[in-house]
Design a protein around this ligand. Structure first.
Ligand code: GLA
Length: 395
């Protein structure tokens, strides 16, 4: 047994587990801040994963151990609204996610079993790789499987999104929960958040994804994220008065935007322009990906970053430095911040044969500039979340 392997760790922690669930993190290649505007996105699930071993218990309690953090929590399933543990202490942040999922299951009328669970992962937490969606989807699968509920993966993803919005207060789109629950090895996922249609597109075989974790914590990200969402909504309200067919920024093309842009307050106009162009970038880049044209795809990633920096204003000094530096390192085809921004990670598309030296070069320049050890991960596109049922021999 490998002491460092999270799968082994959770099984050792709970030898009588009945279920083993694995959920991946995701990086988004392009299509940032468009999912809550009904746009199209292009995420990839990566081989950095979270593992949950679980078994049902008689009491209405969620008893969860987070092995990476050395913390444990007991939550009364009959007092989820209190957001406290069984002793009345405030819940630790990570445990809000399983609590949120239990809460949404309850509120939608699905039965929720008490359970004992152990969690471990090799997925960087709170770094913009969707660790929160991974926890949500993993526990949703645990509750679903234990209660024998039949549910499509898309519905499960939507429940997790609703949990995050209603219980945690991040009014996120559906991209992360969709990706975590639908990921396909070696493929990116072209996902239309309006029609919910999706399609896997093979990743270029000669390129790899390098994730670089700036280490910059995403402070005040929730309020800034929700504010961006409101600004987009404000744009829709104004544009709708001109053309009632406009129900979301997805319904606005560049010509329409230009026609009405003077009606929008300055900041709102910048946000809307990002969204309109970013949706178009996803459509363009998906065609390049399907043609295995990694060079052109990479150029669009750089464009996307500039837009997030200048128009959507969700980048920061560290992420800009990483993207600018990456651009000058041999083998780099494209780079941009990934996820909500305000800190967290960049994603880089790098020619396979240059990957190792790319990581070394980027880390060196980052250290010289910020005196911080950059964490880099060469990632493979990995399968989405799955459940293993553990059958123990009787006796
Ligand atoms: C977060 C949200 C997603 C999406 C991205 C930005 O990851 O959870 O729904 O909005 O930010 O693209």
């Amino acid at each position: 047994m490998d002491k460092e392997n999270p799968r082994d760790l959770v099984l050792a922690c709970l030898p009588d587990a009945k279920l083993l669930i694995s959920a991946p993190g995701r990086v988004n290649l392009i299509g940032e801040h468009v999912d809550y505007n009904m746009g199209v996105v292009l995420p990839v699930t990566v081989d950095r994963r979270l593992w949950v071993a679980a078994r049902p218990v008689e009491e209405s309690i969620l008893h969860i151990q987070a092995l990476d953090l050395g913390e444990e929590v007991r939550i009364d399933l009959n007092d989820l609204d209190g957001r406290v543990d069984v002793q009345g202490k405030p819940l630790p942040l990570w445990s809000f996610y399983p609590a949120a999922v239990a809460w949404i299951f309850h509120s939608k009328g699905f039965p929720v079993h008490g359970l004992r669970a152990c969690v471990a992962s090799n997925l960087p937490m709170r770094a913009g790789l969707s660790s929160s969606a991974a926890i949500e989807v993993a526990f949703a699968l645990a509750f679903q499987t234990m209660a024998g509920i039949t549910m499509e993966r898309m519905q499960l993803a939507q429940l997790c999104q609703a949990a995050e919005s209603s219980y945690i207060g991040v009014h996120c789109g559906l991209m992360d929960q969709f990706a975590v629950s639908h990921g396909v090895a070696r493929h990116a996922l072209y996902f239309d958040t309006r029609s919910l249609a999706w399609q896997p597109i093979p990743l270029p075989p000669d390129a790899v994804l390098v994730v670089a974790d700036s280490g910059k914590k995403r402070e005040l990200a929730t309020s800034a994220y929700n504010r961006r969402r409101q600004e987009c909504q404000q744009a829709v309200e104004i544009l709708k008065e001109q053309d009632p067919a406009i129900q979301s920024l997805r319904d606005v093309d560049l010509d329409t935007y230009k026609k009405y842009q003077n009606l929008l307050p300055e900041v709102v106009a910048k946000r809307a322009l990002h969204v309109v162009q970013e949706i178009e970038r996803v459509q363009r880049s998906a065609i390049f990906l399907a043609k295995d044209d990694a060079q052109s795809f990479g150029r669009i990633m750089f464009e996307g970053h500039r837009s997030l920096r200048d128009l959507y204003e969700v980048s920061c000094e560290e992420l800009d430095f990483l993207v600018d530096t990456a651009a000058g390192i041999p083998g780099c085809l494209g780079a941009r911040l990934t996820g909500a921004g305000f800190g967290g990670c960049t994603v880089n598309l790098v020619q396979r044969s240059f990957a190792e030296q790319f990581c070394v070069g980027l880390a060196k320049d980052y250290r010289d500039r910020f005196s911080v050890e950059l964490k880099t991960y060469i990632c493979q596109a990995d399968r989405g979340a799955y459940v293993e049922t553990i059958e123990k021999a009787a006796g």
